[in-house]
Ligand binder design. Structure first.
Ligand SMILES: [Zn+2]
Length: 79
């Protein structure tokens, strides 16, 4: 049994990846939909507010369409 070397970090998991890219990956996953991804609880729960999404690192992200995206949907609905 040997003590871990000082300054040597555990091997980085390739499954979970880097947390700094989590928000971007969520945005990329919303194919064609313009969204904002925030780790902050929404101040106002709107019609498009959904349940938070937990990334592999345990951080909750709220994904909401941008106001531009909502305006586009409304324009499409109006015909
Ligand atoms: Zn993460």
């Amino acid at each position: 049994m040997s003590a871990p070397e000082p300054g040597k970090k555990a091997a980085r998991s390739t499954e979970t990846g880097d947390h700094s890219t989590c928000a971007q990956q969520l945005r990329d996953g919303m194919d064609g939909i313009d969204v904002t991804v925030s780790a902050a609880v929404p101040l106002i729960v709107g019609p498009y507010t959904t349940e938070p999404f937990a990334c592999p690192h345990g951080t909750l992200f709220w994904i909401e369409p941008t106001s531009e995206q909502v305006a586009k949907w409304r324009a499409e609905e109006a015909g």
